[in-house]
Design a protein around this ligand. Structure first.
Ligand code: PEP
Ligand code: MN
Length: 680
């Protein structure tokens, strides 16, 4: 017997109103969860109470059974309800610790319907925050939008479970002045999209992103009669199909893109792997302080020494400190062929003592380190129960210029430096540049003109340095001149000449950088960056060279104490760059017989206070060439790791510092005496 169709209407109405009531109750339940979070914040040391969760499920199963509901159904419903409750409580703590949800501007690569856009939407709907979206042409534009304040957050894909790491984003993270504040994993369901009236057999050209070609290679091999055209953006390829209006064209993109561009999905789930996920990072200008009760990850990038075993040595720190590494990825260092940077993710809160101690040790063993961020992560076990934040914790998470863990307050107050101190690192730091080892037992000679003047001049000097057994070529391109009317240097044109001369004669080159804006570009070209005496306390400049991976020669300011010199070095070390060496170049005293007074006692004093190499520049100290040789020899005698001298083929014609430039025969004599003739 068939029932009258009208009979179902009241039943459906009843179901609808039950569902509405369920939704109202779920919303009510959420409100109570937030209330509970507020209470827990004051009282409990741990807000995820596993026992309570188990009891709750057991109770619901029992009550459910009395209503005739099976336990599997009840368990799965309440599992979801509980997860939701934990999540909103976590969001509540995060928003309390940081700025709160509000309305955020989010930059992503692509246009609406791109996977980055979907990931961003998922992230913010989860947080219950409203967001406006800013689509950018390239990943670097996404980073720049946030760095410049046009957007609050950047969302960047970092890895895919099928095609692996997104190298361009890794490279960008290294330089970006952003901190990772979150991550989101998006299930990527690639679809083949075409005009609504197109059939699979009509398709001749498929537009897709190179990553999707990798992820859908099995499907694409089956369509061997189709031409693959690379496209920078998945959603954009959908847009193109709509605009071209050809049934022979298809695109690989999300179902959302099909909806936006009114296309139809010809084939769904075309990835090689059904479980195809992309992990996205969310980055902001300001680092996040993650509540210690929330499971979180820390990401860093480091450059280890390039001796055999140095990676293992750095990694063993994680084992020694019981830190769980969850990911390691390597990327070549563009300026140093065959050397690698390592990107590591590990479990733990940056503010915790355990992670601070671990990172401290990694810093000791690395040449460069940068913390990319500390952020909540869903798939980690909860941290061990602990007491709520103590006053000490608050202090240790205070933002200092350092991207690495700041030292305890007592150290900061006492000497003002820690990473530079012997107490921090007992062994001498040895800096290696293109086979030259600076520090330890060797004596290194840096020589060259005060300023690069012409191609010929720098080539002649380079040949002389090489022939006399010198190790590093110097040459100023950006000159810090006392008078604005004096020769200011040839700038980048001069730097190109210096680099060419260094390459021709196999000598690493050092040059001074004057402005923070020039640091990145100069670091791409020169092997060593020099911070001149006049800039020893240019803190913006110091922080900037702390972010690059080139060794830095820091000259002592002409009125600076040794403690001030070490605190200036600390800026660079705390910025992540562990390759710093110091240069004594004379200080201002009442004495007028010399340009400055060479403070030779600085060498043994510094050797006892710091593990950083220390060299002496007698040229700028004396200001007169006849004093340079004896002072250089004295520098060796007091234990300097090297000397730096100015030479010039025709000092009388020099555009700067001619009176102190050694003539070539004098330089040759100096080298004989420094190395007892051994170099010839
Ligand atoms: C130099 O070495 O080129 C220089 C300018 O020296 P200082 O900064 O020590 O004066
Ligand atoms: Mn000079």
């Amino acid at each position: 017997m068939t029932k009258d169709k009208r009979d179902i209407k009241p039943i459906r109405d009843a179901i609808d109103s039950i569902d509405r009531e369920l939704l109202r109750l779920l919303a009510e339940r959420r409100k109570r969860s937030i209330e509970a979070a507020k209470v827990k914040e004051v009282e409990a040391d741990w807000f995820r109470d596993k026992t309570r969760e188990e009891e709750l499920i057991a109770d619901r199963v029992e009550v459910g059974a009395s209503h005739g509901l099976d336990s599997h159904y009840v368990t799965s419903v309440f599992h979801d309800v509980l997860e939701d409750s934990i999540r909103i409580q976590e969001e509540y703590y995060q928003d309390r610790a940081n700025e709160g949800p509000g309305s955020l501007r989010v930059a992503f690569q692509g246009i609406a319907g791109a996977y980055s856009h979907l990931a961003a939407q998922e992230y913010f709907s989860r947080k219950g925050a409203t967001a406006s979206y800013l689509g950018c042409a390239q990943f670097k534009d996404v980073v720049e939008a946030v760095e410049k304040g046009h957007a609050d957050l950047a969302i960047l894909p970092i890895e895919n479970t099928t095609s692996g790491g997104i190298t361009e984003v890794y490279d960008l993270l290294l330089h970006a002045q952003l901190s990772i504040v979150g991550e989101v994993k998006l299930k990527v369901d690639h679809c083949l999209l075409a005009l609504p009236d197109a059939k699979l057999s009509d398709i001749r050209t498929i537009y897709c992103h190179p990553q999707t070609v990798l992820q859908c290679s099995d499907f694409l091999t089956r369509l061997s009669h189709c031409k693959i055209e690379y496209f920078s953006d998945t959603a954009l390829s959908g847009k193109k199909i709509r605009e071209d209006g050809l049934v022979s064209q298809a695109a690989i993109a999300s179902e959302e893109a099909a909806r936006i561009f009114e296309l139809s999905v010809i084939e769904r789930s075309i990835s090689n792997q059904r479980e195809n996920y992309t992990r996205f990072l969310v980055s902001a200008r300001k680092a996040l302080h993650v509540d210690p009760r929330i499971p979180c990850k820390t990401s860093i990038v480091m450059m280890t020494g390039n001796e055999p075993g140095s990676l293992l040595e750095a990694l063993s720190v994680f084992r020694e400190h019981g830190i769980n590494l969850t990911k390691i990825e390597s990327r070549p260092i563009l300026e140093n062929p065959w050397e690698e940077m390592f990107y590591l993710d590990f479990q733990g809160n940056l503010a915790s003592e355990k992670i601070q101690n671990g990172l401290d040790e990694v810093t000791r063993r690395a040449r460069f380190i940068k913390v990319l961020g500390c952020y909540p992560s869903k798939d980690l076990p909860a941290p061990a129960a602990r007491s709520p934040l103590s006053a000490e914790d608050e202090a240790s998470t205070e933002t200092v210029i350092a991207p690495i863990a700041p030292p305890p307050p007592d150290v900061r107050k006492a000497s003002g430096y820690r990473l530079a101190s012997r107490e921090y690192k007992a062994d001498d730091t040895v800096i290696e540049v293109k086979g030259v080892r600076l520090g330890g037992d060797s004596l290194v000679t840096i020589a060259g003109p005060c300023a690069v003047e012409t191609r010929d001049q720098i080539m002649t000097c380079a040949r002389e340095v090489k022939e006399q057994g010198g190790h590093i070529l110097r040459g100023g391109c950006f000159k810090p001149r006392t008078s604005p009317y004096s020769f200011q240097g040839l700038g980048y044109e001069g730097l190109e000449m210096l680099v060419e001369a260094g390459q021709k004669y196999g000598l690493p080159v050092v040059t001074e950088v004057l402005s923070p804006d020039d640091v990145a570009r100069v670091a791409e070209m020169a092997d060593i960056l020099q911070i001149g005496a006049r800039n020893m306390q240019n803190f913006t400049l110091l922080s900037e060279v702390g972010r690059v991976r080139r060794p830095v020669m820091l000259k002592r300011g002409m009125s600076s104490s040794l403690d001030e010199l070490l605190q200036a070095a600390e800026y660079i070390l705390a910025g992540g760059n562990q390759q710093v060496f110091l240069c004594e170049r004379g200080i201002r005293t009442f004495e007028t017989a010399t340009r400055n007074t060479l403070d030779l006692s600085a060498v043994p004093v510094l050797r006892s206070r710091t593990h950083l190499p220390i060299i002496v520049d007698p040229s700028h100290a004396a200001g007169k060439r006849e004093l340079v040789v004896p002072l250089a020899l004295a520098s060796k005698a007091v234990g300097a790791h090297g000397v730096m001298v100015e030479i010039h083929p025709e000092p009388e014609k020099a555009l700067s510092d001619g009176p102190q430039a050694l003539l070539f025969p004098q330089f040759s004599d100096l080298m004989d005496r420094l190395y007892n003739g051994r170099h010839k």
